[in-house]
Design a protein around this ligand. Sequence first.
Ligand SMILES: Cc1cc2nc3c(=O)[nH]c(=O)nc-3n(C[C@H](O)[C@H](O)[C@H](O)COP(=O)(O)OP(=O)(O)OC[C@H]3O[C@@H](n4cnc5c(N)ncnc54)[C@H](O)[C@@H]3O)c2cc1C
Ligand code: SF4
Ligand code: SF4
Length: 950
Amino acid sequence: MPLEPGEIARQLSGLVRGKVLADLPHRVLYSTDAGIYRIVPACVVQPQDLEDVVATIRYAAAEGIPIAPRGAGTGVAGESLCHGIVMDMSVYLSDKGRPHLDHDLVTVQPGTVLGQVNRFLAPYGLAIGPDPSSANRATVGGCIANNATGAHCLVYGHMARHVESLEVVTADGQVLNLANDVRPDPSDRIASGCLELLTRNAELIRQATNRPSRARLGYQLRGACHDGLIDMARLVTGSEGTLAVITRATIKTVPIPRAKGILQAAFNSLDQMAQAVPIAVAAGASACELMDRHLIQMATEAFDRYRQILPAGAAAALLIELTDDNERQLTDRLADLEVSLRPLAYKTNTVLDPGLQAMYWRSRTDAVPLLYRRPGQEKPVPIIEDTTVDPRLLGRYIQGLERISQEFQTQFCYYGHAGDGELHIRPYLDLGRPEDVQKMKDIAQQVFSLVWSLGGSISGEHAYGLLRAGYLRQEFGPAYVDLLRHIKRLFDPQEILNPGKLFSDQIDLASSRIRRSAHLIASRLSDLGTRTQACILECNGCGTCRLIGQELRMCPVYKAIQSEAASPRAKANLIEAWAAGILQEAQLYDPVVGQILDLCIHCKACSRQCPSGLDVSRLVQQAKALRIRQLGIAWPERVLVNNSPMCRAARLFAPLANPILRSRAGRWLLEALLGLDRSVLMPAFERGSFTSKARRFLARLGPPQGIAEKVVYLPDAYVCLYDHRLGLDVLKVLHANGLQVSVQTELPVPAPAIYYGAMDQAKAGLRRLVVQLWPLVETGSKVVVSEPTAALVLREELPILIDDPKARAVADNTWELMAFLDDLMARGRFRPPDLPITGQYAYHLPCHGMAIWDRPPAPGLLKAAGLQGIEQLDAGCCGLAGTYGMQARHRQVSNAIGSVLKARLGQLSSIQVITECSACRIQIRNLSSSSQPIHPIQLVALAYAKPPKR
Ligand SMILES: Cc1cc2nc3c(=O)[nH]c(=O)nc-3n(C[C@H](O)[C@H](O)[C@H](O)COP(=O)(O)OP(=O)(O)OC[C@H]3O[C@@H](n4cnc5c(N)ncnc54)[C@H](O)[C@@H]3O)c2cc1C
Ligand code: SF4
Ligand code: SF4
């Protein structure tokens, strides 16, 4: 590759309309996938259309630069990594939920997420058959290129079975429309060449591909040519970007079955489970999924809800699904299956209710991420994670695996698609240690040999990529691999398309370029702080944080922007690369790094939803702190971190300040001078001190009756500056519940300083709070806050940032208000309201509420207090994100994040919104002028209209 990255980018920028990224920070983001490797590309292109793809490939061919297409980067075998040009197909080449449907054929662009296509198809009663468990973020292009499949492989097989036609760009920049069952014109060099090669080698193909149906076969040569015809679309399916780049795909959909039922069977031994599998398959199971003892135990320990449905103590459980067009027939078939399994299973359970079935499926999917939460340097490593054998040989396969597990003293956890003989096994290894890298290779060789001895395959659904490319000769024999190579050369004579993937002569490919083998630089690690060090290697690249649907409250910035740089994975990757020395020390202070870090609003969703439990917000916070140490704090953030004196002054002169600051001219001036977004209308400042008002109010209420627990209410900045009424409502409810409540201080919780990385100010602010609050805590008071962010900061950030037992005591005794009342209710001490709470309300769950609660307490509490009509908004983050959206430079991102909520508010214009977070309430008012959102405590306070009986 003769050219420098900067030169490649300069030349490409003149050829394409999409983005060309040549800076090292952005290239680092594309240097990993969900596997174990790191290869930094020379350049990244985000093509905007077909012409861009053609121009980029032609350029790469002319310069002899390797090029690889990439979807969501969820492949586990390093198959989308390339040291030349990486083409990110997921940004612009996506139909964003508007594919084209013609009868049962759906046509989509390659960057469209598979789950999005299924959401589009669902109202028509259709779906894409293969269902990889990564479907909520994997792209159609990636799924076709990997020939993906999933839990329903038994009925739907792999993608290749469903791909009807593909528009592709070949290595010389030609656009081809590939179909199946074609008789190629002799002038069509590639198709006629393939037909000739496959016909001539029919016997070789038959012998080499005589494997279980789940097995992947290098290229899809089995059955690709028949009766003088060739399936060109199917041939390119599964080629891992090595034959052509897919720019459009037409896929045959499947009807969603009318009736589904589950039979869960529990076994005392893995052997009995293995004997049951062929029985389930013969009964026509559409899925037959395995969870072993370890996974069941992890799931039941982590989630109470699964104690009811998972068989504790079982050696293994199978989740067997049957589908039918006729419900009666389905129940009969489930009953027959249950009888057939009785001699093997000690317990069976038939589930017909769709909601309950979904819960059973979730128990399987929720459990797997727990494997990644095990603390320590040893992590589950993908290398033998999709090996597959004939399901009738599962028992012998597991016996062999047990032997290997004992020999290497490495625990294997068995789960996966038992019906297809495919187990997902990921041994725990620390790939930072050379001996574990060797162990990985030794385990792989032994397991692969075992699989081959049983006539199985080393890859049942994931790619060969870099990971397994070196083993293909052993799997299929040299003649078959030479045939694959001939096909590759027909498509790509220069071998520029994703070279070295799928097949290679280098057996050691699997253990070179390992991401974790990089030594982390001690001084950089220590700069990040102990807590951050612990999470620096936690990201496994799974891409769950690239999820765009509303089914999971994942990263709102990624959902809004849908570009790798916006994902939590990007930040984790970047900071890891800096700590590993891939980026120079000073590159942390590069403006590009600043822009990428700025794409975190510290909502904490990732820390809840990431399978590894990675708190990316904390990593970003630390990186921002290092940048501030070097560069100082930027303007709008300086204002937002140090806004207390300004706000106090505004409060003092509220009657004068309010009309000025809230006028168009005033807001324009604030944006021009301070960078504060003029489109965000802040509430009017209150006049006077909240604390004085609160003390007078409490004095009027007199001493409480009842339990006399002591609580100190810590009013947040919003209450003190903008909404004294809310603070008084809090006091009224606490008092009404017999609590001895006081207000001692108005000191703000320094959330902006923490999240912008202004650590000196943050620590100073927290120390002041500890000085005020600890004496109260020590004498038995609980600290109650009505702002979820304040609760999050005091409970989670305080004990990390201030290493002092007093800080720990304050943290342990801080309660978010609604959770506090919920606890009172659980203890039977919540006083039922005097008046009914009536009306229709919509509840908005704030991001930081989600971070502190297992479930939001307010809806349950209000229901218990008599409120009937409460709807969930389920619209994700509001976009203001504390003070993030108050900065003019964040307007576009903030608006994009808030657009879902805005649309939802438009549908519910007559319903009042309730939410605990003040920033959400400000934003909701801005998004919908008819909305007057309130804190849920204000409803409860209304219901305590009468003073408590004395
Ligand atoms: C937690 C987890 C669970 C998974 N579960 C499954 C599963 O159940 N079943 C399964 O099959 N896989 C699974 N996978 C693997 C992976 O998610 C799938 O193979 C998925 O199809 C990859 O899609 P992607 O968009 O992320 O592709 P990428 O990883 O970006 O790319 C995959 C390959 O496709 C090529 N490619 C991408 N776009 C194009 C294009 N437009 N034209 C040509 N080639 C292209 C790339 O070069 C690369 O070789 C899982 C992965 C993870 C991390
Ligand atoms: S941050 Fe978490 S969810 Fe995102 S890729 Fe990394 S491990 Fe997966
Ligand atoms: S904290 Fe929120 S915004 Fe930041 S990376 Fe995590 S999910 Fe995204």
